[in-house]
Design a protein around this ligand. Structure first.
Ligand code: DON
Length: 570
């Protein structure tokens, strides 16, 4: 601790001339800003109701896995932007006894999907086909995932867990300000896709109460009949019928064949930290591992948080890691991935060998596609810690905002547009500007590559942090920076979550800064070294929900103010 305070002071002194950007790192003069502090258990998620339902389940005697089922479904009710039954996700866990693992409930390509399904007769990508409408959806994994995890590790009955969620759907939730804006912005397209009378095509304003009776009924059937209700029951039939009428290709066989998969997490060391994150088909664990290990040899504290030197070294690591990500990673059930090689110390050292502190390494000169950073996009992450000491980091998504925009009015939920996470054509960017290769081409039953990075961090052998975020391709770099903020710059959980972030993903070759965080001195210094900076509209980069275990055994929540995230605990 003393060493840390000392190095922090030294770093601040050394970095005064180049501290030109952000600096939400704690200064010596002011009190550190803390998030919610709880004694025993905590949930941090995108909606207060979802965090509180998770807590309610744990107070009833449930553990983190029971709370996961409740929180995930409460997000499906109150946060239809990303919370879902029609999507998928990943969860990384660490049990109280230190055992670790993860579950992959990522969507799969339907059996009738094929490599060129989004290309026209000239071999060009048909705009919109993988992002909007029934053809954009993969086979959903969420219900399989939460039941698989809960049945293995949970303590309560699903019926008991789901009851408060069903009540919430019936009694309604209040539309928040941000939510009203989002609903407003997609209303037309939702009506275009689903017809004028569709539920979310109505005019919903801030303060209105939304009661989703169709979703309450779906959840009631799932509570009574279990996960097979979704994959083989009445719900499955309604889903398939609806999707096929809209030109989709998901069949009853696809649903019946869906299984969540237990995966070995990616584990690596960063100095005295042990990071546990998601393995392929998420690129999260491998890519965050590459980034952190590439910057490990540099004295980041001395550079100063978000200084020119810091932005530069992290950018170069991000650039190199995303180049590997896009080439090598895909569904491990379909492609061979050289994970050990990609995380090998010597390999990563060599990879950074071309880093020149005087000049940017420009990404390969590949013609850049149109990058839709401006596309409203949403995923959601929640972090859970129970009083027994079990920890869960869970990220779940429909991909884009409200997924494919296909809303199943009879069932009360949106379907994903996760097929866009495949590489529709080598070299053509998807909606996050990510360029894919063969490893991530479409094949029946294959899972599309993800950037979701639910992550746990141990410090000195003990659990220290639970974190993750939405943000498409920016997820990985947002999680990496949050860990570095807390570890290298000694920020509290809340400060680490709030600090300004930046992002680079190899292609397009540009550094993305959040709005109002790029000042002219930083721009000048980076431009002089040939860095390309996105000076246009800069969206927020992620919306991190995290928990830190403090030295006194208490828990600190980090709920990102970029969105309406909320921590609850006891
Ligand atoms: O799995 C992925 O990487 C994307 N489908 C995540 C989408 C996302 O984070 C959108 N949110 N902001």
């Amino acid at each position: 601790m003393n060493k840390q305070v000392y190095t922090r002071v030294a770093a601040l002194l050394l970095s005064i001339p180049i501290l030109v950007f952000s600096c939400q790192s704690p200064s010596e003069e002011r009190e550190p800003k803390r998030g919610l502090i709880a004694e025993k258990a905590m949930v941090v998620s995108a909606r207060g109701e979802a965090s509180r339902i998770g807590i309610e389940i744990m107070k009833k005697g449930g553990n983190a896995f029971d709370a996961m089922m409740a929180t995930e479904m409460a997000l499906a009710v109150t946060f239809p932007f990303a919370g879902n039954l029609g999507g998928g996700g990943f969860a990384v866990y660490r049990l109280a006894n230190g055992e670790i693992g993860s579950i992959d409930y990522r969507e799969k390509a339907p059996g009738a999907a094929h490599r060129d399904m989004y290309l026209d007769e000239n071999g060009d990508v048909i705009p919109g086909l993988s992002t909007k409408g029934a053809l954009a959806s993969g086979v959903p994994g969420t219900i399989a995932g939460i039941f698989e995890a809960q049945s293995k590790f949970g303590k309560l009955e699903p019926k008991e867990i789901l009851q408060p969620v069903i009540d919430l759907a019936k009694n309604g939730f209040v539309v928040s300000t941000q939510q009203a804006g989002r609903l407003q912005s997609i209303r037309e397209v939702v009506r275009e896709v689903n017809g004028e009378n569709t539920f979310y095509g109505k005019e919903w304003n801030a303060g209105d109460t939304i009661k989703n009776i169709a979703l309450a009924e779906t959840l009631e059937r799932i509570a009574s009949n279990g996960r097979d209700e979704f994959y083989q029951g009445e719900t499955a039939k309604i889903l398939v019928d609806h999707m096929q009428k809209m030109g989709g290709i998901i069949t009853e066989e696809d649903l019946a064949a869906y299984e969540a998969a237990w995966r070995e997490p990616i584990v690596f060391d960063y100095k005295e930290l042990r990071v546990i994150s998601m393995a392929p088909p998420s690129s999260g664990g491998v890519t965050i591992g590459q980034i952190l290990k590439m910057v490990e040899p540099y004295d980041l504290q001395a550079m100063g948080h978000n200084s020119v030197d810091y932005v530069q070294v992290l950018t170069e690591a991000m650039r190199r890691a995303y180049a590997d990500r896009n080439y090598y990673l895909g569904d491990p059930d379909f492609v061979e991935i050289p994970i050990d090689e990609l995380l090998d110390d010597d390999y990563l050292k060599e990879r950074m060998g071309s880093f020149n502190p005087e000049m940017a390494t420009l990404s390969a000169d590949i013609a850049e596609g149109k990058v839709l950073f401006a596309e409203s996009m949403e995923t959601t992450h929640y972090s859970i810690m129970d009083e027994e000491g079990n920890a869960l980091a869970v990220t779940t998504t429909l991909n884009g905002a409200y997924g494919s925009k296909v809303y199943l009015d009879e069932l009360g939920f949106f379907m994903n547009n996760e097929m866009d996470d495949f590489s529709s054509k080598t070299g053509v960017p998807n909606m996050f500007g990510l360029i894919g290769a063969d490893a991530n081409s479409i094949a029946p039953g294959k899972r599309m590559l993800s950037s979701m990075t639910p992550t746990l961090v141990e410090r000195d052998g003990k659990l220290w942090m639970i974190l993750g975020t939405p943000g498409g391709s920016t997820i990985i770099t947002a999680v990496a920076q949050t860990i570095l903020n807390a570890y290298e710059f000694d920020m509290t959980m809340q400060e680490a979550v709030e600090a300004h972030r930046f992002h680079h993903q190899w292609l397009p070759d540009q550094i993305l800064f959040e709005e109002n965080t790029l000042d002219s001195a930083l721009l000048k210094a980076l431009s002089a070294k040939n860095y390309l900076i996105n000076e246009g509209r800069t969206p927020i980069i992620g919306s991190v929900d995290a928990i830190m275990l403090l030295p006194d055994g208490k828990l600190e929540g980090g709920a990102d103010p970029r969105r309406e995230n909320e921590a609850a605990g006891y």
